[in-house]
Design a protein around this ligand. Structure first.
Ligand SMILES: *Cc1c(COP(=O)(O)O)cnc(C)c1O
Length: 424
């Protein structure tokens, strides 16, 4: 079956034909291609097309698809059994690596997705502080957790319903949403609610409305206010964790959260999440403490093997300087083309992350991101796709560079980018 037929038939038995909404191409129009195989920097579609992939499975493919070291680790693990339901050595190995690499990770608990990780951080923050209120930032996405699916960026924005149906108003009331990079709103919120705040959750580099770098001092001020009022600072590093530096944004920005959610990259392409943080807080989790959290497949030996192999590759040979150089190359090429064409663009980047805003001004928060032209992005997306380059299928998602993208790939990609800009 080709992509068209697969999509038609899938739509009859899978809502929207997809298992995660943004894959449906709703915000860029047209129909998604189905992938039959992926290798290195490439996706191969069921229609015989080949794409240079800048979505990288939405982050996990830091070393490209089907990396030989990860494949080898997985095959070895498979030969020993796929799930035990008892503790296994691979879990200890994985936790040790996270403990070693992520500054705040005094203790670690594995989950099966990023959503479970952020959900557990929120419950833990409430259980530890005995308070109910959670603060989040507009445009930050933390998975589809009830308390956090309020003004939540990409997926929700794409479909024009920033607040999902099915979330009780009584629960949403306990979540206060602030604009990112707004010092004044932050101070006012702490003045008003300081003693009620269980935790503040933030993507230290919001990456679900396009990429938004934090302004100088914003994360530091957040840290100070949390400490002053006894609220926990929760970094959602599900994307940034091993994408902007080995120690995540907390290392790059030298700001230490109390808790941190991880996912995507740490599974090496298998379904994984984790949360970690201060020992005294983490010891509030069952079976040592009163906050319940569990998972039948948590710490699954295949996921641990793939994740451990991916983190091992990072430790062996830090890829971040190279990734930064390659992202910069793309940003420069697209900027030059946009300038030539007389189109205003902003292309924020951080190591392996970058995004394209068709916007006159630098993007600081959700409101300024929303002023970007979706119509231009849509045309740009299809221009790239028709030239064999796959970028995020939404103006509010980011692009991912991998270590597998060669300079030759980038020559071809930059040509496709420039031609697609010139054709706008
Ligand atoms: C993807 C993502 C999540 C959710 O992770 P899932 O594995 O999709 O549940 C949480 N936070 C951020 C910042 C993400 O990008």
């Amino acid at each position: 079956m080709d992509s068209r037929e697969l999509f038609e038939r899938s739509k009859e038995i899978i809502p929207g034909g997809v298992n995660s909404p943004v894959r449906a191409f709703k915000s860029v129009g047209g129909e998604p291609f189905f992938t039959s195989r992926a290798s290195g920097s490439r996706l191969f579609s069921c229609d015989g097309a080949e794409y240079i992939d800048f979505v990288c499975s939405w982050g996990p493919a830091l070393f490209g698809h089907d990396h030989p070291a990860i494949r080898k680790a997985l095959l070895e693990a498979v030969s020993k059994g796929t799930s035990f339901g008892t503790p296994c050595p691979a879990e200890f190995e994985m936790a040790s690596l996270i403990h070693e690499m992520i500054p705040c990770a005094q203790m670690v608990r594995m989950t099966n997705s990023g959503t479970e990780a952020t959900m557990s951080c929120v419950r833990l923050a409430r259980g530890f502080t005995g308070r109910d209120r959670i603060i989040k930032f507009a445009g930050c996405y933390h998975g589809h957790v009830d308390s956090l699916l309020v003004k939540a960026g990409s997926g929700a924005l794409t479909f024009g319903n920033p607040d999902s149906a099915g979330i009780p108003a009584d629960l949403a009331r306990l979540t206060t949403v602030l604009p990112f990079n707004d010092f004044q709103a932050l101070e006012e919120c702490f003045d008003k609610f300081g003693e009620q705040i269980a935790g503040v959750i933030v993507e230290p580099y919001p990456a679900n409305v396009g990429l938004i770098p934090p302004e100088q001092g914003f994360l530091t001020r957040l840290r100070q206010l949390c400490s002053k009022f006894g609220a926990l600072l929760i970094f959602d590093e599900v994307i940034t964790g091993f994408r902007v530096a080995a120690g995540g944004a907390q290392k790059r920005e030298s700001v230490m959260p109390d808790l941190c959610a991880l996912g995507k990259i740490i599974g090496g392409g298998l379904p994984v999440g984790a949360f970690c943080g201060r020992r005294d807080i983490m010891e509030y989790i069952a079976p040592v403490g009163p906050v319940y959290q569990a998972g039948t497949l948590s710490g699954n030996p295949l996921a641990m093997a793939a994740g451990t192999a991916a983190l091992g590759l990072i430790l062996e040979n830090s890829p971040y300087a190279e990734l930064e150089r390659k992202s910069r190359r793309v940003a420069d090429a697209v900027s030059a083309a946009a300038k030539h064409k007389g189109i205003a663009m902003q292309i924020p980047m951080a190591a392996s992350l970058f995004s394209f805003f068709f916007n006159e001004n630098p993007v600081k928060n959700l409101d300024s991101a929303m002023k970007s032209s979706s119509a231009l992005y849509k045309k740009f997306f299809h221009g790239c796709l028709s030239r064999g380059v796959y970028i995020a299928p939404s103006p509010f998602e980011i692009c991912f560079m991998s270590a597998a993208h060669s300079d030759k790939d980038l020559d071809a990609a930059c040509e496709a980018f420039s031609e697609s800009i010139m054709a706008l």
